[in-house]
Design a protein around this ligand. Structure first.
Ligand SMILES: *[C@@H]1O[C@H](CO)[C@@H](O)[C@H](O)[C@H]1NC(C)=O
Ligand SMILES: *[C@@H]1O[C@H](CO)[C@@H](O)[C@H](O)[C@H]1NC(C)=O
Ligand SMILES: *[C@@H]1O[C@H](CO)[C@@H](O)[C@H](O)[C@H]1NC(C)=O
Ligand SMILES: *[C@@H]1O[C@H](CO)[C@@H](O)[C@H](O)[C@H]1NC(C)=O
Length: 213
């Protein structure tokens, strides 16, 4: 089919058939090393599209362990557990989690060796540069516009985290003054975030999803 289309287009303009990124599997677990201007952390990502949820567990180098559960209804719980201070931040997005085909429409930039893998490279809405192994079509690396770089260390297709782990702690729900623990929403609904890393990720999500509607 692709070959047919390519031949078809070749008659009209000398375009070649650019590869497109593999959609994300509906469920997977990935361990990633993340470098943000030299600050390192490890992320455990549990992507679970059928259940409408996405979990990032972030271990900052010699620092805190931070949990970030995102639900497809737009609610995110970002919290810490013992032995760290009990904190919980509730965020609300107008959009849900990334869809498996969120890379559709990305611009193909050719091939490049990254992390010693030969990769196809795409760029999407000038927010993300995405590198996928040519042979296995597994993501190898992605870079956000601010330079935050994710290196994919493991990628287990089909892995699912038990329901019990998706429960945010009680103090996410029992705060007498929820405003204290929520980020405020400005009149135009842009989130005012203290945490700049979170700001990058949420801007990414909003921009990307608005491009998909
Ligand atoms: C992290 O990224 C910075 C550039 O932002 C680079 O200088 C540094 O070598 C990187 N560290 C690691 C461990 O990759
Ligand atoms: C979204 O779903 C989660 C998990 O079921 C729930 O805790 C949260 O309250 C929901 N948010 C809204 C705005 O309904
Ligand atoms: C934890 O809470 C204590 C008491 O409020 C505070 O002094 C300390 O700085 C907090 N630690 C972190 C890592 O936020
Ligand atoms: C929304 O408001 C913020 C702060 O008031 C401003 O920085 C931002 O540019 C606004 N965004 C849009 C899309 O209007």
């Amino acid at each position: 089919m692709c070959l047919y289309l390519c031949l078809f287009f070749l008659f009209f303009e000398l375009s070649t058939c650019d590869p497109i990124p593999a959609p994300w599997p509906e469920q997977f677990h990935s361990v990633m090393f993340v470098n943000r201007s030299g600050d390192l952390h490890q992320t455990d990502l549990w992507y679970d599209w059928p259940n409408g949820r996405n979990f990032n567990i972030n271990q900052y180098q010699l620092g805190i362990l931070k949990y970030d559960i995102e639900w497809n209804n737009g609610t995110s719980f970002i919290y810490t557990l013992d032995p760290f201070n009990h904190t919980c931040q509730l965020l609300h997005f107008e959009v849900g989690i990334l869809r498996p085909n969120w890379l559709l429409g990305a611009n193909y930039l050719g091939q490049q060796y990254v992390d010693n893998f030969l990769c196809n490279v795409w760029e999407k809405v000038e927010f993300i540069w995405y590198y996928e192994d040519v042979l296995t079509r597994t993501p190898v690396k992605w870079i956000f516009y601010d330079g935050m770089t994710f290196h994919v260390m493991t990628f287990e297709v089909g892995a699912v985290l038990d329901d019990a782990h998706w429960q945010a702690p009680l103090y996410c729900f029992s705060d007498p003054d929820p405003e204290l623990h929520q980020t405020h929403t400005t009149r135009n609904n842009s989130l005012v975030l203290v945490d700049s890393e979170l700001a990058v990720l949420s801007a990414f999500r909003r921009t990307l999803m608005s491009h998909m509607r």
